[in-house]
Design a protein. Structure first.
Length: 833
């Protein structure tokens, strides 16, 4: 048996099937095929060879535009009618002779000369004849099905054969010049007179191989054929070849997905021009759609890339798995499918191309190219268009990788109760991943949380995507390097001081990044904006260094000079506050730790990185929690743990929505507002206080829990509330307690501490308490504490008391009061109630 080209690998032994559908682009159907015998042959000859090797004795062809019925071998002709005259007898087999390009010339086919009606009768009789195993090949299926000039007889014959074949073992082949199986179905269905054929094609769409009918998809030549073509043209025409880089040349030829005929013509042109076949020539003549590599393998190039440890580990596992599966028939080809999660600009598309090349190098995929698609490319505007769009994407990716970026767009569209093209696209995706196993790998990419929703949108998706690779955002120093490299490519130059300012920008950009941060793409865009502003300022004067004026307004704002306090200043401010011993101690320890790390690094010693901690502020109202939170934001900023240090204060009503599906986005928006600073959630226990059936509160907690981990270091969550309620708050979700690094206890003020708070508040406003007024105020505060119980406001109550005392002073002072009378608060200013 002669070995068929690799692109015929999807053709199974036709045992038990009565119909084999062959389809592909017209350029592939009319292509030449180059097997191990180094003979380039057209489709009909390769089909004859295949069917002959499968044991078919009578192989008949029909090409309506030329001859209704003809044969390529004497045996088939002899089984049709008495032998023809001696001059018309062909030797066994369809091929003989060789032309200068390595093509064997066929002898004239054995023709029957029948009319359409007679030809159909003959083919029907042959298919129902059990004397010889028979295969009938319709090379122009569209013409036969459309132009059924024999009064519908062809349709009747085909329907009878498909629904109730009289002879088992005979085979009908229909060859379509249709790119996808969906296009085949649409074509047949549109004729309205072949319901049996439409049903069989639909079954093949939905269930894949193993169900009637059989399927062969004609695709582009693979490396085996193209290597043979190069050798054939070299031997017969004298083509000069760059042997050390031939593998690079062949990989590029395969990736072009051009037909063998096209490459034969191109190589012939090189011979005529006296040009050597090299990677450079392919690039110069624009014969390849992808940039050629430098000769290193995908694995070697991936090894030199910074980071990407999960990718490298995954591909190492795949290499070993494919090696272990060699020669086995039960391999899980879904293992090639991967979910890429991460923000834009983190290298997902680049890595997908490397993954495709590596899959090809280890034999998991024949071509290894990448076809990129977005949800909008896969969803049609009308019923039936969606499946066709997905089929086309699979056809473009055949032999390589289908990369669907922002794949969650399909599940977003599928969220409603009614008909959804997104849901149809996902269903089709699942079906085709089964049907095309081993011929294609699917990589879906997008944000982590959104991709989790995508996988939950269809029960069949998780097991078809067993692998997940997370792409982390670039670190600040990496973003800085990307920005400088982009500016250098643009011809910019800069001072060391300017480089430091750009480093500060990338540091703050990284710290305040949100979901959707563009990483390398954002740095490229920033470099373009800077270059454009530089060209306006300098009128394109080459050699003029960059200046702060060239920065966009948003970036200049990041560098706005501020009189920032020192950590010692802020700690001193905290020390001046009444009470708060727990907070003072913990923040002093944090400052001391960072100072120690700085000293160790200056001596070349290791230092554990410090991340801005999430905190619990536990205590009754009015004990300084909000005030300390604002001070903490400033302290963390000057310590370099957060870039902005602002405080965004929220409560349950700011996070929890009234309608299903709104709480998550609202909570994420609050986190977005707090990036670079502090998210202060006052009375946080209310998120879990309603009941365990409170889905909205639980959803807000789940989002906070997720983002506290995913965005650690980008913002600080401070959750505040009463001690007992905060304990229940932590119990509401098992993961909450471990997310908080510090708990600071804010105990209730004593009566004397409250008097001191009152005295300082009065001083800040230019008033002074007399000793007698202080004593009376202490009694009033003690009485109000007993009246209010848990609702007592501590410092808030002291502030309200001061307001009532100044109002009393305003009523009693005379018009001609002295400075002392305007300043002193007396016992009578303390209210009786």
């Amino acid at each position: 048996m002669t070995e068929l080209p690799a692109r015929w690998g999807g053709l199974a032994t036709p045992e038990g099937i009565q119909l084999l559908i062959v389809h592909g682009l017209a350029s592939y159907v009319s292509d030449l095929f180059l097997g191990e015998d180094m003979v380039a042959a057209p489709l009909q000859d390769v089909l004859w060879r295949y069917l002959h090797d499968q044991g078919y004795e009578r192989i008949l062809f029909s090409r309506r535009s030329e001859e209704v019925v003809y044969c390529l071998d004497e045996e088939s002709a002899g089984l049709l009618r008495p032998p023809r005259p001696a001059g018309a007898v062909r030797p066994p087999g369809p091929l003989q002779g060789m032309d200068p390009m390595g093509l064997r010339r066929r002898a004239e086919p054995v023709r029957t000369g029948l009319t359409e009606q007679g030809g159909i009768d003959l083919l029907a009789a042959a298919m129902n004849d059990g004397r010889a195993r028979t295969a009938v090949v319709f090379l122009e299926a569209e013409q036969w099905l459309t132009h059924n000039a024999a009064g519908g007889v062809f349709g009747d014959v085909l329907t009878t054969w498909l629904e109730a074949p009289r002879v088992a073992g005979n085979l009908c082949l229909l060859v379509f010049r249709q790119r996808t199986l969906d296009e085949v179905r649409d074509f047949v269905h549109g004729l309205r007179i072949y319901p049996a054929l439409t049903g069989l094609v639909t079954a093949l769409q939905e269930h894949g191989q193993g169900h009637r009918p059989g399927l062969l998809i004609l695709a582009a030549p693979q490396a085996d054929e193209l290597e043979r073509l190069v050798q054939t043209v070299r031997l017969t025409r004298g083509l000069e070849v760059d042997w050390p880089r031939l593998d690079i040349v062949v990989r590029a030829m395969v990736a072009s997905r051009e037909s063998l005929r096209s490459w034969r013509d191109r190589l012939d042109a090189l011979v005529r021009d006296g040009v050597r076949l090299t990677p450079d020539v392919l690039r110069e003549r624009r014969w390849v759609p992808v940039a050629l590599t430098d000769g290193r393998s995908a694995e070697e190039r991936l090894r030199t890339m910074v980071g990407l440890r999960p990718v490298k580990e995954y591909l190492q596992e795949i290499r070993h798995y494919i090696g272990w599966q060699a020669g086995r028939d039960n391999g899980d080809t879904h293992l090639l499918n991967v979910v890429f999660t991460g923000n834009p600009g983190t290298g997902k598309s680049t890595v997908a191309r490397l993954v495709g090349e590596l899959y090809r190098d280890i034999g998991a995929l024949p071509i290894g190219h990448v076809h990129e698609a977005r949800p909008s490319d896969l969803v049609g505007a009308y019923q039936g268009h969606t499946r066709r769009a997905v089929e086309r994407a699979f056809e473009e990716a055949r032999g390589g990788i289908l990369l669907i970026d922002e794949a969650y767009g399909l599940s977003d569209d599928a969220g409603g109760p009614g008909p959804s093209f997104g849901r149809e696209a996902i269903t089709t995706l699942v079906q085709l991943m089964d049907r095309e196993r081993g011929q294609i790998a699917v990589v879906v990419a997008g944000y982590g949380a959104k991709m989790a929703e995508f996988l939950r949108s269809n029960d069949g998706l998780p097991r078809r995507f067993p692998n997940r690779i997370d792409f982390p955002d670039f670190e600040p120093d990496e973003l800085h390097a990307i920005l400088l490299a982009a500016l250098k490519r643009a011809g910019m130059c800069w001072s060391d001081e300017m480089a430091d300012r750009l480093a500060e920008i990338t540091e703050r950009t990284h710290a305040t990044r949100a979901e959707g941060f563009g990483n390398a793409g954002d740095m490229e865009n920033l470099a373009e904006q800077i270059t454009r502003r530089w060209s306006v300022r300098t009128l394109g004067n080459a050699g003029e260094p960059l200046d702060l004026e060239d920065l966009p307004e948003a970036q200049r704002g990041m560098l706005a000079d501020r009189d920032l306090p020192t950590p010692e200043n802020l700690l001193a401010e905290l020390d001046r506050m009444v009470g708060l011993e727990s907070a003072k101690r913990m923040f002093r320890e944090l400052v001391d730790l960072l100072r120690l790390n700085k000293q160790r690094r200056a001596r070349g010693m290791t230092a554990e990185p410090v991340v801005a901690p999430h905190m619990l502020f536990v205590g009754p109202p009015g004990t300084g929690k909000t005030t300390v939170a604002r001070l903490v934001g400033k302290l963390l900023m000057v310590l370099g743990l957060v870039p902005r240090g602002h405080v965004h204060a929220v409560s349950r009503s700011d996070l929890v929505a009234e309608w299903m599906g709104q709480t998550g986005p609202r909570t994420r928006e609050a986190i977005q507002q707090a990036l670079g600073g502090v998210l202060f959630v006052d009375e946080a226990y209310e998120l879990a206080a309603v009941s365990r059936l409170d889905q909205y509160g639980q959803e807000a907690l789940a989002v906070l829990l997720e983002e506290m981990e995913n965005r650690r270091g980008q913002f600080v969550l401070v959750a505040a509330g009463y001690p007992e309620e905060m304990r229940r708050f932590l119990d509401a979700n098992p993961g909450l307690a471990s997310r908080f690094d510090l708990q600071i206890d804010f105990r209730a003020y004593t009566d004397q501490e409250l008097v001191e708070v009152l005295r300082r508040l009065a001083e800040d406003k230019g008033y002074e308490l007399t000793k007698a007024a202080a004593v009376r105020a202490a009694r009033w505060l003690s009485l109000d504490r007993r009246r209010q119980g848990r609702a007592f406001g501590n410092a808030r109550t002291a502030r309200k008391l001061l307001g009532r005392m100044t109002a009393s002073l305003a009523k009693r002072v005379p018009v001609d009061a002295t400075d002392e009378e305007l300043r002193l608060l007396q016992p009578g200013d303390v209210p009786d109630d």
